[in-house]
Design a protein around this ligand. Structure first.
Ligand code: SF4
Length: 89
């Protein structure tokens, strides 16, 4: 799985302060997609264990409410096992 961006202390993609992960790859092809580069499954950087550990660390402060999974489409089958593992971490 690749990802296009990680936003820390994000207040635009969910309730409260969050970490937002934008995974790469989407087959929905909405008309007027706001994030066209993220439709490409090879866009961005490889998601590694180190990336996952950085995200987990970012969620530790008490002011952080949670993790938002965005894209691309985080529900694409190629993403599900790694994102489930991240959520379990
Ligand atoms: S990235 Fe989002 S807006 Fe763009 S086609 Fe996919 S679901 Fe639609």
């Amino acid at each position: 799985m690749n990802y296009g961006a990680i936003k820390y202390c994000d207040i635009a993609n969910g309730v409260g302060v969050r970490t937002s992960l934008f995974v790469s790859g989407c087959r929905v092809h909405c008309p007027g997609c706001f994030n066209g580069e993220a439709q490409d499954f090879s866009y961005g950087l490889p998601f590694t264990r180190e990336t996952a550990d950085e995200i987990v660390e970012s969620l530790r402060p008490s002011y952080v409410r949670g993790l938002s999974l965005l894209g691309g489409d985080p529900m694409e089958p190629e993403h599900q096992s790694e994102l489930l593992a991240l959520c379990e971490l």
